[in-house]
Design a protein. Structure first.
Length: 217
């Protein structure tokens, strides 16, 4: 590789250029020594409840889950609630198990409940269609109170057409299976009361989180 030679007209010009280079190098060194986000001195309380990108609403949902001592979660990814998922995954008091199928998660939650854990699922509503048999034949039959938080797909400004048929039919399907559910659209004021009403019923109970819930928060 060829290198170009720089010629200076005088020693004064050379000294001036050298000073500029030293200043830029010093600035870069200072930037390198800045603490990374995970190295900042933040109290444990703040670290456990604040995650970059999360809004107060998501922190409120987590606080309610902590209040009722949910300590074991099965999660499938969904872009609509990615910040909530990220927040819960970082909560040290909750053990998280990622799965690839919802009915698999139902079985894992049943086992966790029998082992003394308080399980929940965090999925998207389309996955409920995959898990109805497991929810009715396992969870309802053996009276396991499984809390399910599901992003409600095919409901509000849905851009994926394949999500819409199940989204439209879902409330009637849940009614037919006698599974309690609550649709949250503009706030979570009803969430805590709904949880209290269903904690000890021995049934799966479902919160459908509309995408509009996370808009303009």
């Amino acid at each position: 590789m060829e290198t170009s030679k720089v010629r200076f007209k005088s020693k004064e010009e050379f000294d001036k250029k050298s000073d500029v280079i030293k200043m830029r190098t010093s600035t870069l060194d200072n930037k390198k020594t800045l603490a990374a986000p995970h190295e900042l001195d933040i109290s444990d309380d703040i670290q456990s409840s604040v995650v970059l990108g999360c809004k107060p609403l998501e922190n409120e949902i987590l606080n309610i889950m902590k209040k009722y001592e949910y300590d074991f979660g099965v999660i499938l990814p969904c872009s609509k609630i990615k910040n909530l998922i990220n927040l819960i995954e970082k909560e040290p008091s909750i053990k998280i198990i990622p799965v690839t199928r919802e009915e698999e998660g139902v079985g894992i939650c049943a086992g966790a409940y029998l082992a003394g854990k308080k399980p929940f699922m965090l999925i998207q509503s389309s996955g409920l269609g995959n898990s109805f048999n497991a929810l009715t034949s396992l969870i309802k039959t053996y009276k396991i109170p499984l809390f399910i938080l599901a992003s409600y797909r095919g409901y509000h400004n849905e851009k994926i057409l394949a999500q819409i048929p199940l989204g439209n039919a879902l409330p009637k399907m849940l009614d037919a299976l006698e599974i309690p559910y609550l649709i949250l659209k503009k706030g979570i004021g009803k969430l805590e009361k709904f949880c209290e009403a269903n904690l000890n019923n021995g049934f799966p109970f479902i919160i459908l989180l509309s995408p509009e819930l996370f808009e303009d928060v």
